[in-house]
Design a protein. Structure first.
Length: 231
């Protein structure tokens, strides 16, 4: 995940997307994207929830709660355009590539000439819209980075089974250990049953990915280290 400086334009859109997400029933699949267009912010999204959000009140609450941030950026009010679709289901996540970094966050330079800045995955995404799988991927490789001798990896997470009844996962890395051995180890140690893992994430305040990046994360636990062995 990108390391987000909350005291920046990019920080505000991601933080606001997370804040709006927190006002929606957690059991409802939801994607919220906030775009800073200068004089106003566009709040785009899709949610199963049919409860209409009063975004004006929510943004007022946001400014009050994160006054230290908005004050630094001289934001006194937030004018919003609401284009959220309610009572609609986001596309079901069946797989995708994740960039996984040791230590969770990667740092990338900010573009200074962007006219519009938008929030980005996983910020603003409910756990049922690919976020849970993103966290599980981090959990898997948090056990393996030292063994593999790398600091980052591209991992294809899939809910589909191949002809051998194994998950169709894939890996791109600079590890000296061959991909087949890595995949075999992952499938031997991790069952990809997200039921228990989900409970840990549901008790985690998602917004802390931005507000407390150095804090304790349930997806960084290493409870299977004794099984991470290659011969």
């Amino acid at each position: 995940m990108r390391l987000i400086d909350k005291n920046s334009r990019r920080g505000i859109v991601n933080l606001l997307a997370e804040f709006i997400l927190s006002k929606i029933d957690k059991t409802k699949k939801t994607i919220i994207q906030v775009s800073d267009c200068g004089p106003f912010m566009v709040v785009n999204g899709i949610t199963e929830s049919e409860d209409f959000l009063e975004l004006t009140k929510i943004t007022e609450s946001f400014i009050e709660e994160f006054g230290d941030v908005t004050e630094k950026l001289d934001i006194k009010t937030i004018n919003v355009i609401d284009v959220i679709r309610y009572g609609a289901e986001p596309d079901l996540f069946i797989g995708g590539w994740f960039e996984i970094t040791k230590g969770v966050y990667n740092q990338s330079n900010e573009l200074e000439n962007e006219i519009t800045i938008s929030s980005e995955f996983p910020y603003g995404y409910s756990i049922d819209c690919g976020r849970l799988e993103r966290y599980y991927s981090q959990y898997v490789f948090n056990h393996m980075f030292n063994l593999l001798g790398i600091d980052n990896v591209k991992f294809f997470y899939s809910n589909k089974l191949d002809e051998t009844e194994d998950l169709e996962i894939d890996i791109i890395s600079d590890s000296k250990i061959d991909k087949t051995s890595i995949k075999s180890l992952i499938l031997d140690v991790f069952d990809f049953d997200l039921t228990t893992f989900r409970k840990d994430i549901e008790n985690y305040n998602l917004i802390e990915d931005i507000t407390n990046p150095d804090g304790e994360k349930p997806y960084l636990k290493q409870d299977k280290l004794e099984h991470i062995i290659l011969f």
